[in-house]
Design a protein around this ligand. Structure first.
Ligand SMILES: Cc1cc2nc3c(=O)[nH]c(=O)nc-3n(C[C@H](O)[C@H](O)[C@H](O)COP(=O)(O)OP(=O)(O)OC[C@H]3O[C@@H](n4cnc5c(N)ncnc54)[C@H](O)[C@@H]3O)c2cc1C
Length: 430
């Protein structure tokens, strides 16, 4: 790593090299900005001989395109990953079913399941290998101040970094957000997500399966060896109980929860790895920007994992930020001007709000038993309408009309050297 004591100046400093911050840093550097990354802990090398980790995510095709432009997707594809073509959503007891098949929408697949550690490590490798980025790790920001030219960051190592733009990507408990004085709206669900890797009697046939149960949704995501990564959203006490009971009892309760899927996978669950629980919250920052500063990823928002969209939203933030900054530079504007940052902030915050409120509404609809008829009517209507299903798939694949151009087939080269065709894909986010 670099000399931690020197005081240096950069176009952008990204704080936090999780999946979102590291992707943003790579995209910014590839776009010609000088970038520093401050990360408190270096990611451990990915070890494919270890069992699959507990934190895995479903990456949309749009996210895969963004990670490809950030120089990481090829590395990820060489390791453990699992692309899935089918998705099945069931109301409890299978009274209503929604099914999606990639082929129906002319897609190769609907998403890819990858371990978070592999994505973060691949991005870190890409940052280490490229010019234009300096890594400050392990290190943390202690204090932020402003001067005429930008932001000045005093760090735990004793060094000072100066930058034109500060990018806060330090996760859900973002210290940068606190230091910038940005408040959040938040909803506590009193729910936890129980995660584990499980083996069913019949291997997962490559389907992302989700059932809405009385306590919350239960999702099975397909892994490359036929096992599944599960996320079971439950009231806190129930999640704690299920995390602690004997493995045999847990397997029996999980098998009961998936039972009744006549002729459909999943069948009985026969083994599981370690179990862990995480609190589920929804948070939305009141703004994504302050003077010469922006927030991206979980530092800006956290959504319920029932749609598996948290990291996907964050990668879209990274791509959206880079698109706006490149556009400003091409228009001869100062890329840190408030009007430029507001463009990013309004665009991406409104997208997160749609997602967060949508998840909140769906959750509210699926939990109470008395809403069963309404729920089944809604699912029936969507199942019978190709247009509704297509709109759902466009958002789930990260390729809705309002998504950044990098998620909709444009490359960084297209953005840096725009043709008329690229300009059509880049929305005017004013
Ligand atoms: C149970 C559960 C299941 C989920 N499943 C999915 C899913 O299937 N699909 C999906 O899209 N999303 C899912 N999510 C959400 C997803 O995990 C997050 O949205 C994603 O990890 C956020 O990435 P990030 O880079 O913004 O933040 P983080 O991953 O939190 O990264 C923040 C980085 O900042 C660093 N950092 C923190 N503080 C400092 C500091 N002071 N100084 C320097 N560095 C710092 C950290 O070390 C870390 O590297 C799930 C979440 C939960 C809880």
């Amino acid at each position: 790593m670099k000399d931690q004591r020197a005081s240096r100046r950069f176009d952008c400093v990204v704080v936090g090299a999780g999946m979102v911050g590291a992707a943003a840093a790579s995209l910014l550097a590839r776009s010609g900005f000088s970038v520093a990354v401050i990360e408190q802990a270096e990611p451990a090398p990915f070890d494919a001989t270890r069992p699959v980790g507990l934190r895995v995510s479903a990456f949309s095709p749009g996210s895969a395109d963004i990670l490809s432009e950030a120089g990481a997707w090829r590395q990820i594809e060489r390791q453990r990953h699992s692309a899935y073509r089918r998705m099945r959503v069931e109301d409890r007891d299978e009274h209503a079913v929604l099914e999606f098949d990639a082929a129906e929408f002319g897609l190769e697949h609907l998403g890819t399941i990858v371990e978070n550690d592999l994505v973060q490590w691949s991005l870190w490798q890409s940052l280490l290998a490229m010019g234009g980025v300096e890594l400050f790790c392990p290190d943390e920001v202690l204090e932020i101040s402003s001067d005429r030219n930008g932001r000045s960051l005093r760090m735990a190592s004793g060094s000072t970094l100066e930058c034109s733009l500060l990018v806060g990507a330090d996760g859900i408990n973002s210290g940068i957000r606190t230091m910038l004085g940005i408040d959040q709206d938040y909803w506590e669900y009193g729910q936890y997500g129980l995660v584990s890797v499980v083996e069913s009697e019949t291997p997962n046939p490559g389907v992302a399966w989700q059932r809405f149960l009385e306590g919350g949704p239960l999702a099975f995501l397909p892994l490359s060896d036929g096992t599944s990564s599960i996320v079971w959203s439950l009231p806190e006490a129930e999640a704690r109980r299920l995390a602690e009971i004997e493995e045999d009892s847990f397997l029996a309760e999980l098998s009961d929860a998936v039972a009744g899927s006549e002729g459909h996978w999943p069948d009985r669950v026969v083994s599981c790895g370690p179990r862990a629980i995480f609190p589920l919250t929804m948070r939305l920052s009141k703004t994504y920007m302050a003077r010469r500063s922006v927030l991206i990823g979980d530092a800006a928002h956290a959504v319920h994992p029932l749609a598996g969209q948290g990291v996907n939203l964050g990668l879209l933030d990274a791509a959206g930020l880079v698109e706006v900054l490149i556009g400003a530079r091409q228009d001869g504007l100062d890329f840190t001007d408030d009007r430029v940052l507001e463009k990013y902030a309004r665009w991406r915050r409104s997208e997160a709000e749609v997602m967060a409120r949508g998840m909140h509404g769906i959750r509210g609809l699926f939990v109470p038993e008395e809403l069963g008829p309404l729920r089944r009517l809604g699912m029936g209507l969507v199942a019978g309408s190709w247009t509704a299903k297509e709109a759902f798939i466009r958002r789930a694949t990260g390729r809705n009309r309002n998504a950044p151009a990098l998620a909709r087939g444009s490359s960084l080269t297209d953005l840096l050297h725009p043709t008329t065709d690229t300009q059509k894909r880049v929305r005017n986010h004013t």
